[in-house]
Design a protein around this ligand. Structure first.
Ligand SMILES: [Cu+2]
Length: 472
């Protein structure tokens, strides 16, 4: 019996094709030679449809100044001159000869740790390369899956924070199920000396990076890299696959596509579909996920990190445009009165003010005093206790030229709310202030206070004046 087992175990060794995790360790000298086609996000190389091969991958590290957001530049450290680096597609059993070249103009040495590699540092040790040099190492793709690669040169966090990561897909033996379109999206953060949107060439901020408090959270390396004019596109009825990566360096992504449901998720970028009908999937820092879904109806699907301030205030927002014929059996589009506009995008009415104890200010100074309380209770959360607002989100009321220019307009804003672009003290705002459902008395008090605080000088606003504006 023992002898039998031993003989059986010997067979694969004799045939020279020992199987490890499904990968045959075929002699590299005997494999067909190919050079990997690399693509830049959001493009993905075509499915391979080939047997295990000996694959050449050439990648260059480069330090480049590029756009991070409108008016904001950054010195990115990159693979291939872009963030994320190029998409690499190989298959299980491939024997890869990997050459990393570091551009002569680089100031830093770089290397690469591919999570698809079984070996010291995922290749980091074999690929450590000074500026103006090249390094080559070889590895066998043992496990199928979607893997992050990144620079692992000290200080590792800084090399990653500056943009050094990308994805490598190791196809399983039989390839992935066929889809109509594949896209490449990588989330990551940037830590700059200046705040979000502060103009100019922004240096890296180590303290913010250590505190894990990024100014930018983006898809594909910059704000708007896959939105508006750069959006991804698919046609109605098509099956779409997104290879999602998270370069980090710190944050975990709650990856979500607004207006879609993932039919399948290969959780953590592994080899099997781990869940169906998923709304939001976690993509760990230094990890990935594969999601696919049929785009059943035309719309602009919005990719977000559903840690939602990152999406609307730090840049983690992308778009997949799906033109085509509306299928009303799935979704009708708007059929209701404009008061009921869709979530988030329009003026919403807050519940009516609770019946407050009857109080009427008798004179200007009483109104001012009551106004301070009304302001703190109803306005300060957004416009801030000192009236200075929050840059690019809530306009200032302190010394606001917009506020003081037109009394009736200001009363109308507090009665009805406000949306659309306005310019306050030369700064543009395009946001939504809800209608707060306040009484005439409360509005009069709050506005009297606002118009006579923080350097503003105006006259009293009376409940009668507010009343006269209702229904206008
Ligand atoms: Cu590096």
């Amino acid at each position: 019996m023992r002898l039998h087992l031993a003989t059986l175990l010997l067979i694969p060794v004799l045939f020279g094709c020992w199987k490890k995790n499904g990968a045959k360790l075929e002699d590299p000298e005997k494999l067909a030679k190919v050079t990997a086609q690399l693509t830049y996000a959001p493009e993905v190389p075509a499915p391979l449809n080939r047997g295990p091969s000996r694959v050449t991958v050439n990648l260059e590290t480069k330090e480049v100044i590029k756009r991070l957001a409108d008016g904001v530049d950054y010195t990115f450290w990159t693979f291939g001159g872009s963030v994320p680096g190029p998409f690499i597609r190989i298959r299980v059993g491939d024997y890869v000869d990997f050459t990393l070249s570091n551009h002569p103009n680089s100031k830093m040495p770089h290397n690469i740790d591919l999570h698809a590699v079984t070996g010291q540092g995922g290749g980091a040790e074999g690929s450590f390369t000074a500026p103006g040099h090249s390094s080559t190492f070889s590895f066998r793709a043992l496990n199928s899956g979607l893997y992050i690669y990144h620079c692992a040169t000290a200080p590792v966090g800084m090399h990653i924070a500056n943009g050094m990561y990308g994805l490598i897909l190791v196809e399983p033996e039989e390839g992935l199920p066929k889809v109509d379109r594949e896209f490449y999206v990588v989330q990551s953060e940037f830590y700059t000396k200046g705040k979000y949107g502060e103009r100019g060439l922004q240096p890296f901020d180590m303290e913010k990076a250590i505190a894990e408090n990024p100014d930018y959270v983006v898809f594909n390396g910059s704000v708007g890299a896959v939105a508006n004019g750069n959006s991804m596109e698919a046609k109605v009825g098509e099956k779409v696959r997104i290879f999602v990566g998270n370069g980090g360096p710190n944050l975990v992504s709650s990856f979500h596509v607004i207006g879609e449901i993932f039919d399948h998720v290969y959780g953590e970028g592994g080899a099997v579909v781990s869940q169906k009908n998923v709304q939001t999937t976690l993509v760990p820092a230094g990890g990935s996920a594969i999601v696919d879904f049929v785009v059943d109806n035309p719309s602009t699907l919005i990719l977000v990190d559903h840690s939602i301030f990152r999406a609307f205030n730090k840049g983690a927002l992308g778009m997949l445009k799906v033109p085509g014929e509306v299928n009303k059996m799935i979704y009708t589009g708007k059929t209701v009165d404009s008061v009921y506009l869709a979530e988030g995008g329009a003026i919403q009415t807050m519940p009516d003010e609770k019946a407050a104890p009857a109080f009427a200010a008798k004179d200007f100074s009483e109104r001012l005093k009551a106004g301070e309380a009304a302001y703190k209770a109803n306005c300060a959360a957004c416009h801030q206790p000192n009236g200075e607002g929050i840059a690019s989100v809530f306009p200032p009321l302190a010394k606001s030229d917009f506020l003081m220019a037109n009394k009736n307009r200001t009363i109308d804003i507090v009665i009805k709310g406000l949306e659309g672009e306005i310019t306050v003290n030369g700064q543009k705002y395009n946001s939504v202030m809800p209608s707060l459902g306040l009484s005439d008395e409360t509005i009069a008090n709050a506005l009297t206070y606002v118009r006579n605080s923080w350097g503003n000088k105006g006259d009293e606003v009376t409940p009668e004046q507010v009343k006269a504006r209702r229904g206008k």
